[in-house]
Write a protein that binds this ligand. Structure first.
Ligand SMILES: [Zn+2]
Length: 263
């Protein structure tokens, strides 16, 4: 996080539905399960969309890719249920080869138009590396790109996918976009009181850990930021794009948003 922007708590007033678009089973739990728990507790309908089938996420030669796909879906469903998440959509792209193709963009756009979320949370599309010891998985970056390209210019534009409109999924504007691990985080959710449940959700992904106990211990020691009174608080932070104050497109497309004027 840089401190070039002011960081604020989230504004979830008037939010009824949230769609969380991530690359792999377990990504939502690591990135934003604490926020999902709080949203669900407030009565917001949270849906996870997992873009890949996770079939590369294990090195055990005794487990086939097909078995792994089934295991990981079950793990993700269990974790989502713990967090109060309403639904999990599996888009079943191949793990490790996620690309922003026109096909997946349309499939994601269809779900955005069907669910009609006010907030979308996604991966960062431009995070290639992290710190000095971690190459960001290319699926994470491409998942972010796919989400962005589905939202703009496609989801709210009737010229895109008229067949979806005919199917009963007309254009939809989201209000806010949260980019997890965005370069300039400006929204932070204090998840300290929900950390235990978040850890439980992460531990549902048993296929991803050789030693569950050690993982649990490590997660409790992880992160957390010391406060003035010596206590530790835990946060999930997002870079927010706020579309709420932008004018909407008119019937002839002559009411340009600031974003459209750049296109
Ligand atoms: Zn991942």
């Amino acid at each position: 996080m840089t401190d070039s922007r002011e960081v604020n708590p989230p504004d979830w007033s008037e939010v009824e539905r949230v769609l969380i678009i991530m690359a792999h089973p377990d990504d939502p739990d690591f990135s934003c399960a604490g926020s999902a728990i709080q949203m669900a507790r407030q009565g917001i309908e949270v849906t996870y969309m997992i873009l890949t089938n996770g079939d590369k996420g294990n090195h055990n030669p005794l487990v086939t890719r097909h078995q792994l796909i089934l295991m990981r879906k079950e793990e993700q469903r269990k974790a989502a249920a713990l967090c109060g998440v309403k639904d999990v959509l599996f888009m079943d792209e191949e793990d490790g080869f996620l690309r922003p193709t026109p096909e997946i963009r349309k499939r994601v756009c269809r779900e955005i138009r069907r669910i009609r979320p006010q907030i979308v949370i996604c991966n960062s599309p431009d995070r290639y590396i992290s710190g000095r010891g971690y190459i960001n998985h290319p699926d994470h970056r491409n998942a972010g790109l796919i989400a962005l390209e589905a939202i703009f210019p496609a989801a709210d534009n009737p010229m895109f996918y008229p067949d979806l409109t005919n199917e009963g999924y007309p254009p939809h504007n989201i209000s806010q976009l949260y980019i997890s691990h965005g370069e300039e985080a400006d929204v932070e959710v204090d998840i300290s009181d929900d950390l235990e449940l978040k850890i439980k959700a992460i531990l549902c992904h048993e296929s991803q850990f050789d030693d569950l106990e050690a993982t649990e211990k490590r997660m409790r020691e992880w992160g957390g930021e010391e406060q003035e009174d010596g206590s530790k608080r835990h946060f999930e932070r997002f870079q927010q794009l706020d579309f709420r104050s932008r004018p909407r497109r008119g019937p002839r497309g002559d009411s340009k948003t600031s974003q459209e004027s750049k296109s």
